[in-house]
Design a protein around this ligand. Structure first.
Ligand code: ATP
Ligand code: MG
Length: 381
């Protein structure tokens, strides 16, 4: 089987690696140059994009911000999975919120603003503790502004009035005081069969994911059910094929959807060591029409992102159950360079490994690691 992925970053790379044992060949498209590239070396292929589309049995994406003209061409081939509607829904917060509301899936109270003059009315109805998000092209917290009381309204107005809100409207939403962030990564096959990974608990810092723990601690049957219901409604409505991630805020015993990602997701990277069949393999299985793999896990896992840093001792590999996944990119501030997966029998074991791991890593790039270890150490497994 042959799969062409739009986007040539680490997610395409990890899909390529997951495809190797199954004999699935994965090629990538650099969407900045419209060239087909090798997902590991990034060297251009001798084939044009048209030839690669013909070559592939399935087309898919590693991120949602693929130019619409490319997605339309891919959709016309009849081989794009998930389909264009699912990808555009993940890429555009207006479409996303509209779908969530239509399906009656709980999410943060919000207003769509496509002219700066509409901002006062949005603040009037939502309050002055707000998060304002560009509806397109945002990721890792980029394209977001916070209003923390009316005093910073003039500065905010100034930044927002420089934007072309007709082209890219804003979503103004209430800043939610949540207990924690969770995400559900699941996979839906061509026949509609769905499998879920356990909910992951995600720790963000400055709008970026730093640590995921899965299965998340203290997940009740009721929380699982809310998450799986939201996922199923979305996946069915979008006639979805492949891996889909749904990000949630837990408020009391309720889950609010924050956003969806129509692709493999950073909060599912733990599955490379934590389950039988990782999210990358399951995505390939789904789009190739193969049977889906087991998503259950026998251990506790944590994934620690390596962000903006390339200097650390590889002696950390001496820690039992510690795996490094390095993406081979040039270092830049806030850039995801790789991740570390650790597995243990229980949360106490995970906490111990995390504490040891912290000794090998520069604290300025891993500011949350020891706090997370402390938190896990207090949990009764
Ligand atoms: P990513 O691509 O990393 O998922 P993103 O740029 O698409 O991020 P969001 O997921 O919407 O953006 O926001 C990033 C983070 O900002 C969230 O994970 C959460 O920590 C915080 N955040 C977003 N929306 C809210 C909200 N309404 N209330 C409180 N915090 C929020
Ligand atoms: Mg997010």
């Amino acid at each position: 089987m042959k799969v062409l992925i739009y986007g040539s970053g680490q997610l395409a790379r990890m899909m390529y690696l997951a495809g190797c044992p199954l004999g699935i060949d994965v090629q990538a498209v650099d969407v900045n140059t419209n060239t087909v590239v090798d997902p590991i070396s990034k060297r251009p292929s001798e084939h044009s994009l048209d030839q690669a589309i013909d070559w592939a049995d399935a087309l898919s994406v590693e991120f949602e911000h693929v130019p619409e003209s490319l997605l339309e061409q891919a959709e016309l081939s009849g081989k794009l999975m998930p389909g264009i509607e699912a990808i555009l829904t993940g890429a555009d917060r207006v479409r996303e919120k509209t779908l969530l509301d239509k399906l009656a899936i709980p999410n943060c109270a919000h207003k769509i603003v496509n002219h700066i003059d509409q901002l006062p009315a949005a603040i009037e109805s939502l309050g002055d503790q707000l998060i304002i998000k560009a509806s397109r092209d945002g990721y890792d917290g980029y394209g977001q502004w916070r209003l923390d009381g009316k005093q910073n309204l003039p500065a905010l107005n100034k930044s927002l009035s420089q934007l072309d809100l007709k082209r890219v409207p804003l979503i103004v939403e209430t800043l939610t005081r949540f207990e924690r962030e969770l995400s559900l990564v699941g996979v839906r096959g061509k026949n509609g069969e769905t499998r879920f990974y356990p909910l992951a608990e995600n720790l963000h810092h400055e709008g970026q994911l730093h640590v995921s723990v899965a299965p998340a601690p203290d997940v009740t049957h009721e929380l699982d059910k809310q998450a799986q219901d939201a996922f199923t409604k979305l996946a069915d409505a979008l006639d979805y094929v492949g891996v889909l991630a749904v990000e949630f805020f837990q408020v009391g015993n309720n889950l609010l959807v924050n956003e969806i990602a129509p692709r493999v997701h950073n909060s599912g990277h733990w599955s490379m060591q934590g389950t039988d069949t990782c999210q990358f393999e399951n995505h390939l299985r789904a789009v190739c029409g193969l049977p889906l793999g087991n998503t259950q896990c026998k251990t506790e896992s944590a994934m620690i992102n390596i962000i903006g840093c390339s200097e650390f001792s590889t002696d950390l590999l001496s820690i039992p159950g510690c795996h490094l996944h390095w993406y081979g990119k040039t270092v830049r501030p806030k850039r995801k360079m790789g991740h570390i997966n650790i597995t243990a029998d229980d949360f106490a074991g995970l906490a111990e490994l995390m504490t040891t791991l912290a000794k090998y890593l520069p604290v300025e790039h891993f500011p949350k690691l020891l706090d997370e270890a402390d938190k896990l150490a207090k949990i009764k497994s």
